[in-house]
Design a protein around this ligand. Structure first.
Ligand code: URA
Length: 408
């Protein structure tokens, strides 16, 4: 077997066996298969796809590249959630503390930004001193004591996803159902939760562009989860518009804190939907009962206090969370009604400002990002502020770069 044969087989749209997938992907992890060869194979997978069987096999290979945590001594019921990726999607930072404050354990492995979509690990790392690289012992201790823990892939935990994910992000190989399914489900299964909610984002700012693809992904993820005795539920939600009015790592942490303090906005609505669905399954209560508990836990500030406890348990220092960047203001050049805030263009703009990576060697600026000041449907006057941009880069933005709003 050699890597060229495997790349060529996928280029010709043939089905790869378990052994061939293992040879290519484990070879990449070991360093025997090189970046450019894996990029080529990934692109062939993006273009030609994989069968469900291949996707199941690839997920298994990802999982077996590391450990599977056994959390059964901590609780019979452990929940987890994952978004397939969007712009301004910081629901994890809201949902985890809500559920933990309700007494439900949430154990999670998150990812970094992928293409234009933001990643929870980058958001958490934007909090000074926050540690996303936990040992198994630390992971279990925090889950037991705090009730919510979130870490990155490590050399022990889905290490294969860590390296493939980083490559996909900068090679235009993010938008692929089998790669998304295997990446997400391997993390979810390795991490040990038994009730898993996947929020499948659909729209211009998401990796999934059509409802049909979202439905296929949902079916595949449920099937993969079932193979490992995990209950998988999915929701399909819109990502044509950014989910929050903050895009960029530190800005999103700040907005999540505002939501935990009681601010009502789109981010709160989606977080409430996810938290309520997981709470109803974990506690065997109705959705209505769960929604009431979620509202109460926010009102009582218990979820906010839990967020602080979670951050401190992973070493983070919220007192040092300051945005340090130059600010540029974007004003409207006409009056009318705001009909569109294009999530894809906002995502591209935030990358340019430094909030994400374009090449593997780029570093992320935690301060970079965008703050939006208007919502769809708002009346806009000429010269109103639509957004402020935060960057430490000396960049010239063209009118195309900031053409993210439609006003009619
Ligand atoms: N999140 C992941 O962890 N992997 C993907 O491929 C997409 C979103």
């Amino acid at each position: 077997m050699n890597i060229l044969e495997i790349i060529n087989k996928k280029r010709l749209n043939k089905v790869l066996t378990y052994d061939e997938l293992s040879f290519a992907f484990n070879g990449f992890l070991k360093g025997d298969v090189l970046d450019y060869q894996m990029s080529s194979l990934l692109m062939a997978i993006v273009i030609n796809g994989m069968t469900l069987e291949e996707t199941i096999n690839l997920t298994d290979i990802f999982i077996k590249s590391g450990k599977i945590f056994d959390l059964s001594k901590i609780s019979d019921v452990i929940v987890d959630k994952h978004s397939t990726g969007g712009v301004g999607d910081s629901t994890t930072l809201v949902v985890g503390p809500i559920l933990a404050a309700m007494g439900i354990k949430m154990a999670k492995i998150s990812g970094r930004g992928l293409g234009i979509t933001g990643g929870t690990i980058d958001k958490l790392e934007s909090i000074p001193n926050f540690n996303v690289n936990l040992s198994e012992r630390e992971f279990k201790k925090n889950l037991k004591e705090v009730g919510f823990v979130d870490c990155s892939q490590t050399k022990d935990l889905v290490p294969l996803d860590k390296v493939v994910y980083a490559l996909r992000s900068v090679t235009g190989t993010t938008e692929s159902l089998p790669l998304i399914a295997s990446s997400i489900m391997s993390k979810k299964i390795a991490c040990g939760a038994n009730i898993i909610l996947i929020d499948i984002k659909v729209g211009s700012g998401a990796l999934i562009k059509t409802k049909k693809d979202a439905q296929t992904l949902s079916k595949w993820m449920k099937k993969i989860g079932g193979n490992y005795n995990r209950k998988v539920v999915t929701i399909i939600s819109d990502m044509n518009t950014p989910l929050s009015s903050s895009i960029g790592n530190r800005l999103e942490v700040e907005e999540a804190i505002q939501v935990l303090k009681g601010e009502k906005c789109r981010l709160y609505e989606t977080s409430k939907e996810i938290a309520s669905l997981l709470a109803s399954l974990a506690k065997k209560i109705t959705i209505e009962e769960a929604e009431e508990e979620v509202d109460n836990i926010i009102k009582s500030k218990k979820a906010y206090k839990k967020f602080i406890e979670f951050v401190e348990a992973q070493g983070g220092n919220l007192n040092k969370l300051k945005i340090d960047a130059d600010i540029k203001i974007i004003r409207s050049d006409k009056s009318g009604t705001l009909t569109k805030i294009d999530a894809e263009k906002i995502g591209m703009l935030s990358l340019k400002l430094g909030a994400g990576k374009i090449t593997k060697n780029d570093s992320i600026d935690p301060n970079a990002g965008i703050k939006l000041f208007k919502n769809i449907g708002d009346h806009i006057n000429k010269n109103d502020i639509l957004a402020t941009l935060y960057t430490n880069k000396d960049i010239k933005l063209s009118s195309d770069d900031i053409n993210c709003f439609e006003i009619n």
